[in-house]
Write a protein that binds this ligand. Structure first.
Ligand SMILES: C[S@@+](CC[C@H](N)C(=O)[O-])C[C@H]1O[C@@H](n2cnc3c(N)ncnc32)[C@H](O)[C@@H]1O
Length: 465
């Protein structure tokens, strides 16, 4: 077969072709599934159920890639590299449906895949697709795993995660812990929203959601959090448009609570876009005081402004700079709270962005850890004596989290880990056994603990003069 990364002509038609075109781009161009999917859905104008199907096909196929490829490699000669990428996408997506999307009858999956193969390619490709999928149906998808696998190899194949990552997590959390994390990463993420206490209350929104037929409950983890079941896209609701809530994962909601800013304070958010934590900090400060919200990318400044405007917050002042240079642009020791929500490997958000597990490498972790240490080093002088430095990431790699923070404290005796977190933040973590005791001032949330993203938060206090 020729090696082309060309999408085989014409606008994708229907949910399956749309999903396939997105998988094709993620596979051949390293595109982000979420961005590509949004664009493709907008261009295709699918009905709501079809858009939901396309979404499930994209995320599910990327999530289960290892397991799917394992089933295909013994049935397709030259799998995966000698197969044209669009055919690869079609076969993988069809396998996902046969094995995990059992509400669609198997014959319909095969017929549709063959029709797409003929329409986009030719009868020969249709024959290949038909033969492979029918063999899978006949012989059963779940080919027995080979004998003699190590625990990491078994988990890697069963829960579809790269071997290096499973090995890492086994070393850190044991075999059972690593397996729980990998299984949790294949679950759909919670739909959660953070109530804006300047405009409404959690009780009121929950009551209004119940009236609107949306099943929702208070987050057990975050005091302002609401978790909804199949709510559709919350961004299109009046609650969102009127600034009554912000879409945010429950774990991220903890950061502003841990930072615990007070009205009138000066706060710096070093890596702020798109503004989820900035706006939470402002809400906590009753929009009194000043929050400098910085990001390195000029185009992202508008995203922070949009969020602040939607929530009608006036205490947020945006700027664009490399956080490594903020100390040259801002007055030393001038902020009561500095938040460094650092760029990271994102291993805690695999449920939302499944391609992360296939794209990230151990080298990325090493490089990011080095950047994070430099960022900590450079923003720390901006903290007032007696002020707080909060460091957070949405990842699970110790080098980017606890190790980076402990090394920083070692180099900077003027900073100490601060375990004095607000009680409402600590209580649910403690009750769920999510805290290492005695609590030192940093927490690593894992994706299997609360169904939230995997997340790390540390709070440091700078000595008073
Ligand atoms: C984890 S995201 C921040 C999420 C944000 N705090 C929120 O809650 O919405 C990390 C951000 O850091 C920004 N970033 C990356 N490198 C940076 C740097 N050197 N200086 C400032 N911002 C940076 C990225 O553009 C990205 O928006």
């Amino acid at each position: 077969m020729t090696k082309t990364i060309r999408w085989p002509g014409g606008k994708p038609q229907g949910a399956r072709e749309v999903a396939m075109s997105v998988l094709h781009k993620v596979d051949t161009r390293g595109a982000y599934s979420g961005l590509e999917l949004n664009q493709a859905l907008q261009a295709a104008g699918l009905s709501r159920p079809d858009a939901a199907l396309a979404t499930e096909l994209v995320y599910g196929t990327i999530q289960r890639l290892n397991t799917i490829d394992f089933a295909l490699q013994s049935r397709v000669k030259g799998w995966p590299n000698k197969i044209e990428p669009w055919v690869r996408a079609l076969l993988r997506m069809s396998c996902y449906q046969l094995r995990w999307l059992t509400r669609v009858p198997a014959h319909a999956v095969v017929d549709e895949a063959v029709a797409i193969a003929k329409r986009r390619g030719h009868a020969g490709i249709g024959g290949l697709v038909n033969g492979v999928l029918r063999a899978l149906l006949r012989e059963g998808f779940a080919t027995a795993l080979p004998q003699g696998l190590s625990p990491a190899e078994r988990i890697s194949l069963e829960h579809s995660h790269p071997l290096w990552l499973v090995e890492r997590w086994i070393a850190a959390y044991g075999e059972a812990g690593a397996e729980r994390m990998c299984a949790a990463n294949n679950e759909p993420p919670h739909a959660s929203a953070r109530i804006n206490p300047l405009k409404t209350t959690r009780e009121r929104v929950l009551a209004e959601m119940a009236e609107a037929g949306i099943e929702a409950a208070a987050s057990p983890l975050a005091p302002e959090g609401v978790v909804a079941l199949r709510p559709g896209n919350l961004v299109h609701t009046e609650w969102y448009k009127q600034g009554q809530f912000t879409i945010q994962d429950e774990s991220s909601m903890l950061v502003a609570s841990v930072a615990d800013p007070r009205p009138g304070m000066r706060v710096l958010d070093c890596c702020a876009a798109p503004g989820g934590k900035t706006t939470h900090l402002a809400e906590k400060m009753r929009d009194e005081g000043k929050i400098v919200a910085n990001d390195v990318h000029p185009h992202k400044e508008a995203l922070i402004k949009q969020q602040a405007d939607r929530l009608q917050l006036t205490s947020v002042q945006t700027m664009t700079a490399d956080a490594l240079e903020l100390a040259d642009r801002l007055e030393p020791e001038s902020f009561d709270v500095v938040l460094l929500d650092a760029p990271c490997s994102g291993l805690g958000v695999i449920r939302r962005k499944p391609e992360i597990k296939w794209n990230k490498t151990a080298e990325d972790i090493a490089q990011l850890s080095e950047l994070q240490s430099r960022l900590l080093e450079r923003v720390a002088p901006l903290v007032k004596p007696g002020g707080a430095l909060v460091y957070s990431t949405c990842t699970i790699a110790a080098e980017e989290n606890g190790e980076a923070v402990l090394a920083f404290v070692e180099r900077h005796p003027e900073f100490a880990l601060d375990p004095e977190w607000p009680a409402e933040t600590l209580k649910p973590l403690r009750e769920a056994g999510g805290l290492a005791e005695p609590f030192t001032g940093m927490v690593q949330l894992l994706p299997d603990m609360f169904g939230s993203d995997g997340f790390f938060i540390a709070r440091l206090r700078k000595q008073s003069c």
